[in-house]
Design a protein around this ligand. Structure first.
Ligand code: RIB
Ligand code: CA
Length: 318
């Protein structure tokens, strides 16, 4: 049976590639998508998701309106230089496709319907998931099978500041709430997602035969993202697909090595904002909600799976 997934996201190029990966993957059953601000504003994120679902003829996947700002209410910058003005690199989704949003409490209907058959995957800012814990309560939220969370950088450099990763930096209050409350939470920080490098040669392999409606789009948005990463990290051989790796982990958790630790997130507006910290000193069992944290991964297995799924036939779309 494919794994049922409720996805929180902010597309964004790597989010969009993750959605395409999930739609093409026969081991994933995407039952709903919560769209929030992050890489673009919430309206644009919704339009981008609706466009991808339309291409796949999967308009039955429900869309739920998520957060428009961080919990602090402050304005956060978007990243057009990485994701493009509309979040899909050079692509402008047709204005005719808007996507119909259900209200936020539809999240709790999905959780009630699927319970422990469901995993929640969050590949955006943590705001909407933190609000879900706030409104739905820990008991309801923790009835799901688990949480797959892209965020943080554990004892390794950040990507928006020296120490902070973008999802946690965007809303550190929310990230802290999720770290405290999510039971059976598995964290995929930059330690592994920065290694999830997809190269232009891999994209060329995906393009060899035209099998699904996404291939041309995959190449165009990847090229844009790769160009941005080449400016950020001179000499890089491809682009890290942080969000795709997190979806891959849903079907292939055994491709990672994990530790279990309590994770805290820096809240102040200085150098520590959004910085994630876990205690690696040898000491007796620590108090608090432990996350399972992925620190190493099997790179060849990821890239092989990515090329296979992204070039798979339309027949996987039912
Ligand atoms: O730090 C990587 C994360 O931030 C990803 O979710 C990506 O989409 C970006 O917003
Ligand atoms: Ca994202």
């Amino acid at each position: 049976m494919p794994q049922k997934v409720l996805l929180y996201c902010d597309p964004g190029i790597d989010d969009s590639l993750a959605i395409i990966y999930a739609l093409l993957n026969p081991e994933i059953d995407l039952v709903g998508i919560v769209t929030s601000y992050g890489n673009v504003d919430q309206e644009q994120a919704t339009q981008n998701v609706a466009y991808l679902l339309d291409l796949a003829n999967k308009q039955d996947v429900i869309l739920i309106g998520g957060a428009k700002t961080p919990l602090s209410g402050e304005f956060t910058p978007y990243y057009p230089e990485i994701h493009g003005e509309e979040g899909l690199g050079p692509i402008k989704p047709p204005a005719t496709i808007k996507g119909e949003l259900l209200n936020f409490d539809a999240i709790f209907n999905v959780i009630e319907e699927y319970g422990e058959e469901l995993v929640i995957v969050d590949i955006g800012r943590s705001t909407s998931l933190a609000i879900s814990f706030n409104l739905g309560g820990e008991k309801t939220m923790n009835t799901v099978k688990g949480f797959y969370l892209m965020g943080g950088a554990i004892l390794t450099p950040g990507n928006v500041t020296a120490g902070a990763e973008a999802n946690f930096y965007g809303d550190p209050i929310a990230a802290g709430i999720v770290m405290d409350k999510a039971e059976r939470g598995v964290l995929y920080p930059l330690n592994v997602t920065n290694e999830a490098i997809i190269t232009p040669e891999m994209i060329d392999q995906i393009m060899v035969e035209e099998n699904n409606p996404f291939q041309a789009l995959i190449k165009e948005i990847f090229d844009y993202y790769f160009e941005a990463y080449q400016k950020l990290v001179p000499g890089i051989e491809g682009s890290p697909l942080h969000d795709v790796l997190t979806l891959y982990a849903v079907t292939t958790p055994q491709a990672f090595k994990y530790v279990e630790k309590v994770v805290s997130v820096g809240l102040n507006d200085g150098h520590l904002r959004g910085v994630s910290m876990a205690d690696f000193r040898p000491k007796p069992d620590e108090e608090g909600n432990k996350l399972t944290i992925a620190l190493e991964m099997d790179y060849p297995s990821f890239t092989e799976d990515f090329v296979k799924i992204m070039s798979s036939s339309i027949s996987n779309l039912t």
